[in-house]
Design a protein around this ligand. Structure first.
Ligand SMILES: *[C@@H]1O[C@H](CO)[C@@H](O)[C@H](O)[C@H]1NC(C)=O
Ligand SMILES: *[C@@H]1O[C@H](CO)[C@@H](O)[C@H](O)[C@H]1NC(C)=O
Ligand SMILES: *[C@@H]1O[C@H](CO)[C@@H](O)[C@H](O)[C@H]1NC(C)=O
Ligand SMILES: *[C@@H]1O[C@H](CO)[C@@H](O)[C@H](O)[C@H]1NC(C)=O
Ligand SMILES: *[C@@H]1O[C@H](CO)[C@@H](O)[C@H](O)[C@H]1NC(C)=O
Length: 249
């Protein structure tokens, strides 16, 4: 009952994006200014051999409402291209997807006083289509892709993420996902503190209104480089993929 009154900010901000004109939807790369990369154009970026690709919270509830905006369409197309390019590596590296959903209809991961209920509490169980991955994003089971449940902002909250990264001797993670101020920021901080080299692909992240549209830029151009976490373009990530590996997974 209590939870029902807490309409989710995750859902409501996504709906607000849909209602907004695409030209003002904040965004994915050059809104309001192009995101500068922390890696110089003349640097030969490589993710090494022990890298993992994290594709965070790309679920229907968050992605679908953005699909008809120009920023959202670019975000989806860039992120889908990236995921497919990663799968095309031989051998493919570890790809980890996260989905937000609760273990059953009682939503046992949330209590009435859980702050996350205010933003994610309206999402459903694993069976609910809103919590499933948006269809543009392909999971390659043969490649060993892993899909993890999560019930808070941080990608590793309440799941085996850290155990998997440790067991696979991963040293570098490459982040894509939605929202920049949610799972991306939270995960960048935590994995930095756990001693991983963290890369965020700027074009593969998106912020949602009705917040100040500068939030995306402030996080990607201001906060992440200050940590410091590397912020790179999709073009740099694709080129780095060619210099990385053969992946150990
Ligand atoms: C990615 O973002 C950069 C700026 O941050 C931009 O110059 C580039 O055109 C974007 N690429 C795509 C494919 O949208
Ligand atoms: C790369 O570019 C930066 C700035 O443009 C310059 O300072 C640096 O010397 C260059 N490094 C190499 C190896 O060319
Ligand atoms: C986006 O537009 C298409 C075609 O106009 C429509 O079928 C679809 O329902 C729209 N999606 C959303 C999320 O509004
Ligand atoms: C999901 O659906 C399956 C098959 O319909 C059902 O057995 C299962 O109990 C459902 N799980 C949840 C968490 O709703
Ligand atoms: C990566 O390598 C593939 C295959 O050799 C090539 O088709 C593609 O253009 C390269 N991409 C980049 C960004 O260098």
């Amino acid at each position: 009952m209590h939870l029902q009154h807490l309409t989710t900010a995750l859902l409501s901000v996504a709906s607000a994006v849909h209602a907004q004109s695409s030209s003002t939807a904040p965004g994915y790369d050059c809104y309001p200014t192009c995101i500068p990369s922390t890696v110089l154009a003349n640097q030969s970026l490589s993710f090494g051999r022990h890298y993992a690709v994290l594709n965070l919270d790309l679920i229907n509830a968050l992605v679908s409402p953005l699909a008809n905006t120009s920023a959202g369409a670019a975000f989806i197309s860039n992120t889908a291209c990236w995921i497919d390019a990663v799968h095309a590596q031989n051998p493919p590296p570890l790809s980890i997807f996260t989905r937000i959903y609760f273990s059953n209809a009682h939503k046992p991961e949330l209590g009435p006083l859980t702050p996350f209920a205010a933003v994610g509490g309206a999402l459903g169980t694993a069976n609910s289509s809103e919590t499933m991955l948006y269809p543009a994003f392909h999971v390659d089971e043969a490649a060993g892709d892993t899909v993890l449940q999560k019930t808070r902002y941080y990608a590793g909250a309440g799941n085996g993420l850290e155990e998997i990264l440790r067991a696979q001797q991963i040293d570098t993670v490459v982040l894509s996902g939605i929202r920049t101020s949610g799972v991306i920021l939270s995960t960048a901080y935590r994995l930095f503190d756990l001693d991983y080299n963290v890369y965020v692909i700027a074009n593969n992240t998106i912020e949602t209104p009705p917040n100040n549209p500068d939030i995306n830029t402030n996080i990607l151009a201001g906060i992440l480089p200050k940590i410091p976490v590397d912020v790179i373009t999709i073009e740099q990530a694709m080129a780095a993929l060619n210099r990385s590996g053969p992946a150990i997974y």
